[in-house]
Design a protein around this ligand. Structure first.
Ligand code: URP
Ligand code: ZN
Ligand code: ZN
Length: 461
């Protein structure tokens, strides 16, 4: 063994037994008691007394280095975003390809990998965004499965950006994905409804950022989620609904699962912790994201959905812009660069809202950030697991640490935080990536980026 993590507790189904962890050459070799003699022989010991020992977090939905329009690229690139992820306890993330109009899915994948390989400090994979469909691309999808990226991502909205998949395209892509064993990730919102309600909202005098929520009420997501599930049932495709913001859509996923359909869903900390009241006031536009923030009843409903097993993962949809970038909205709520930072504060926020508040069990919380997403996206047991043989991505989590979130303490390249001043509990005291310490006390310490692309398997039906 070259490293021992000693004296911590592991989260099991109904208990937190003491578990030392032995690590050799980047993999976990022992989980249980490790004698003092063995510890002495190991190169280094990390003292985890008073802490929980978790698998590294897996965030299945981030956007680093995403350009959403002329001159508007997210503040975090793969370097700063991945360092922020590690500081918060997320050791593996899945980003998205960003196809240019003339690129095939395979070309877009190659270009994105080149970017991420150069800069990522954490391990990663990619979902393949499809903003159009050509029959010849079926061969690309098959090739992407072989390259370990067996998922696509489509948007039911963003017609103005040329990203939208209408129902016909969605149906056709789902048929191909069903045949190839590819998971269809979907941003489910009703574009036509958004357009109509946005027109009405803009006509109101003095339309502010708060109008964003009026133009995109819960119905917009709930209807689209049900429609998407209906199409998935008809085609037999495996469907994953991303960044769910409404209790109704989460319930639709739960119902589909209870009927045995291969449907899953994720929500994000912002939809658990923030409400649409944040959109009011002078800085309201900073909180513009898509889907929009909701009322507190949805925050509660989503937390219940996570606990009930309707949703299988917490992602972050990390997509951050600086104040200056957000300020370009110039009073027009349709021009806000949508998105919020989140990957660095994800674990501590859900810890605070979940286990620390008695609203989620320890095991469920851990599952939602580790095993859940890694199983959904074919990374298990290599990632999201502490069993012998798994890669030694480990978080030594101090459940008692309390602190206030301050943007100035965070590693992301954004100059503000939606959670500024908020008290949270839980802190990643040590974070290991394949057995190497990369973050300590919430700070990245890993030096030169050494993240790797991790191929994924097809999810099992
Ligand atoms: O506001 C967000 N989330 N922007 C990122 C793009 C998306 O729809 O996921
Ligand atoms: Zn989206
Ligand atoms: Zn997203």
């Amino acid at each position: 063994m070259d490293l021992v993590i000693a004296g911590g507790k592991r989260i099991a189904a109904r208990a937190t037994p003491r578990a030392d962890l032995g690590i050799r050459r980047g993999r976990i070799v022992t989980v249980g008691r490790i004698s003092r003699a063995e510890r002495r022989r190991a190169g280094r010991t990390i003292d985890a007394r008073g802490c929980l020992v978790l698998p590294g977090g897996v965030d299945p939905h981030v956007h680093f280095d995403l350009t959403i329009g002329p001159g508007m690229t997210t503040a975090d690139d793969f370097g700063s975003g991945s360092r922020a992820a590690l500081a918060g306890g997320v050791t593996t993330f899945i980003d998205y390809t960003t196809p240019e109009p003339d690129q095939t899915p395979l070309q877009a994948f190659g270009a994105r990998r080149a970017l991420a390989d150069r800069a990522s400090a954490a391990d990663y994979n990619l979902h393949n965004v499809l903003v159009a469909w050509r029959p010849a691309w079926r061969a690309d999808l098959a090739a992407l499965v072989r390259r370990g990226a067996p998922s696509v991502k489509l948007f039911m909205i963003y017609r103005d950006r040329g990203w939208q998949a209408d129902d016909g395209m969605l149906f056709e892509v789902m048929e191909h994905c069903r045949a190839l064993g590819v998971t269809v990730c979907l941003h489910a919102e009703n574009d036509a409804l958004i357009e109509t309600l946005t027109r009405r909202a803009r006509a109101r005098p003095g339309a502010s950022a708060a109008e964003l929520a009026m133009a995109r009420p819960p119905l917009v997501e709930e209807e689209a989620a049900v429609r998407a599930i209906t199409l998935a049932e008809a085609t037999g495709a495996r469907l994953h609904l991303v960044h769910l913001s409404t209790a109704g859509a989460a319930r639709a996923v739960g119902l589909a699962r209870s009927l045995g359909l291969p449907v899953s869903g994720e929500t994000c900390p912002q939809y658990l912790a923030l409400t649409r009241r944040k959109l009011s006031g002078r800085s309201g536009h900073l909180f513009g994201c898509c889907p929009v923030l909701r009322d507190a009843c949805h925050c509660e409903g989503l937390l219940e959905a996570l606990g009930a097993g309707w949703l299988d993962a917490v992602s972050t949809d990390h997509c951050c812009f600086t104040r200056a970038q957000k300020d370009t909205w110039d009073g027009d709520f349709t021009r806000i660069p949508y998105g919020l930072p989140g990957v660095e504060t994800s674990l501590c926020l859900t810890w605070t809202l979940g286990p620390a508040a008695g609203k989620l069990s320890l095991a469920r919380w851990q599952y939602l950030h580790t095993e859940g997403p890694s199983r959904l996206f074919g990374l298990h047991p290599r990632k999201g697991s502490l069993t012998p043989g798994a890669e030694a991505d480990v978080v030594v989590w101090d459940p008692e640490a309390r602190r206030r979130i301050r943007a100035r303490d965070l590693q992301t390249d954004t100059d503000w935080s939606p959670y500024e001043g908020r008290w949270v509990s839980g802190l990643a005291r040590h974070v290991l990536l394949r057995g190497r310490e990369v973050a300590r006390e919430g700070r990245y310490t890993g030096g030169e980026a050494r993240g790797r692309y991790v191929p994924r398997k097809r999810a099992r039906r």
